[in-house]
Design a protein around this ligand. Structure first.
Ligand SMILES: Nc1ncnc2c1ncn2[C@@H]1O[C@H](COP(=O)(O)OP(=O)(O)OP(=O)(O)O)[C@@H](O)[C@H]1O
Ligand SMILES: [Mg+2]
Length: 453
């Protein structure tokens, strides 16, 4: 294996041979070309890393040849060879895409240094492009599965939102795909090569949020030993995704509003305004309209965020999406587990279609992941699905004909169970979601046998 593939574009046969022999001695594979056209043919046929181009070819300028080559393969790294008297031309060549230049007569030791640097850069660029390809693939429409009319509408909005730079408020219950929507917008927008930074507000202690968002000067607070770069700055040129925006305290709501209005913010401990070119996406599973009524969310901020509103519907209102999602997750987890699973039995699919999915797509994904792990056959069967899917059928029995007390109790039990699931079993959050005290919740959980065993 040669160390790298090089091409020498040079019309003077003596000079060409000299370069070739010296580079071959260093275990490079070296191809020759005498003109732009010949060089193009070489790069179409061989994976050339570096093109060493003479400044003056017989009938054409080396700069034109470099442009020709870069048009064909932008990943190629060109190096210009020029006479001492023409160093200004080398500068021009670098403006037009040459990575570096070397002067004649050639000093091979220096030449090899330049070459090594160019190869380093070439390697990095290849890695970056590969990374970008996988990122783009991960967020391409392939991984955003839907077939329901409701989600078609969402997809249309995503595509509209990604053509604009406006702030988007993504709302929807837990697990409906808000994160995925935010990433899809970023990775199909003109900012896709910039950073995508997500900040989950409730996961941060209140005292840290401000410096996380806006940054802080050294010594701005105890423990600030160094200047801290905030997310607004870090996301410059890209997108900042503020997840669970409803959890932002009122003072921070004011600061965010100021940023949205003025495109300016202050680091903690600094009175100098900073600018950042960042696009804001926000998500919430809370009812911000209700929070505005109760004074917990500022109206002016709401309208600034809500420029484009993107509501992701719950899974039970778009059951047409279930079969496609099931196939998608079977493929992903089948691959991970190294299992050949072709699909799912009709009976198992019917169980899924009847289920209400309080945890939405995240819950469906977990169910399928677990089923794939358990599955021993060519398809996922109802045996592989959790028992509560079968129980749920009983709970979904019609309420008609039951005495009022029993009806109410059954609904209450279901609602509590659902809220518990939505809030990850955390009692304080569940109680808040249901608008009851924790004590009442505990009492009801005992009453309905919903205590954790
Ligand atoms: N349309 C979809 N196609 C494929 N996978 C999806 C789709 N929607 C959601 N998912 C997957 O479901 C899981 C949950 O989605 P996501 O994290 O985006 O939900 P969320 O609304 O942000 O939830 P939370 O409110 O809890 O933050 C993720 O693994 C995501 O990849
Ligand atoms: Mg999320």
């Amino acid at each position: 294996m040669p160390k790298a593939y090089l091409m020498v574009v040079e019309d003077d046969p003596l000079q060409r041979r000299l370069i070739k022999e010296n580079l071959e001695a260093e275990e490079y594979a070296v191809f020759e070309a005498v003109s732009g056209i010949a060089a193009l043919n070489v790069i179409k046929e061989y994976p050339i890393d570096i093109a060493i181009v003479d400044y003056k070819l017989e009938n054409e300028s080396g700069i034109d040849v470099i442009q020709l080559l870069l048009d064909q393969n932008p990943l190629l790294t060109p190096i210009m060879v020029t006479a001492y008297s023409n160093v200004e031309n080398a500068v021009e060549a670098m403006k037009k895409g040459a990575y570096d230049y070397i002067v004649k007569p050639l000093d091979f030791e220096k030449f090899l240094l330049v070459l090594n640097r160019a190869l380093e850069r070439q390697k990095l660029r290849r890695e970056v492009t590969q990374l970008q390809d996988t990122l783009e693939e991960r967020f391409s429409s392939q991984n955003f599965v839907f077939s329901s009319p409701k989600m078609e509408e969402v997809a249309r909005l995503i595509s509209k939102a990604s053509k604009s730079d406006a702030t988007v408020l993504i709302s929807g219950e837990t697990g409906t795909g808000k994160d995925l929507v935010a990433k899809s917008i970023h990775f199909s927008s003109r900012r896709k090569n910039g950073p995508f930074i997500a900040l989950n507000i409730p996961s941060l202690p209140e005292t840290l949020i401000e410096s996380e968002l806006f940054g802080a000067e050294k010594g701005a607070y105890t423990g600030a030993h160094e200047r801290k770069i905030g997310k607004f700055e870090a996301a410059s040129g890209g997108t900042l995704f503020l997840d669970e925006i409803g959890d932002l305290t009122l003072p921070l709501q004011v600061k965010l509003l100021r940023f949205l209005q003025e495109k300016e913010f202050y680091r903690l401990g600094s009175s100098r305004p900073q600018k950042s070119d960042v696009r804001i996406l926000a998500a919430t599973n809370q009812d911000l309209e209700k929070m505005m009524d109760s004074g917990d969310f500022r109206q002016d901020l709401f309208y600034r965020l809500n420029v484009i509103r993107l509501h992701v519907p719950v899974l039970r209102e778009r059951k047409d999406d279930i079969p496609g999602l099931v196939d998608h997750f079977i493929r992903i987890y089948g691959e991970r587990e190294g299992k050949q699973i072709a699909g799912i039995t009709v009976e198992a699919m019917n169980l899924l279609l009847r289920y209400s999915f309080p945890g939405n797509i995240r819950e469906l994904e977990n169910i399928i992941e677990r089923a794939v792990v358990f599955s021993e056959g060519a398809s996922v069967t109802s045996e592989d699905l959790p028992v509560f899917l079968k129980e749920e059928r009983e709970e979904a029995l019609p309420l008609e004909g039951l005495p009022l007390k029993e009806r109410v109790e059954r609904i209450e039990r279901l609602e509590i169970k659902k809220a518990l699931k939505e809030n990850g079993g955390v009692k304080s959050r569940t109680a808040r979601a249901l608008g009851v005290t924790e004590r009442i919740l505990s009492y009801k959980m005992k009453l309905y046998g919903l205590e954790k065993k």
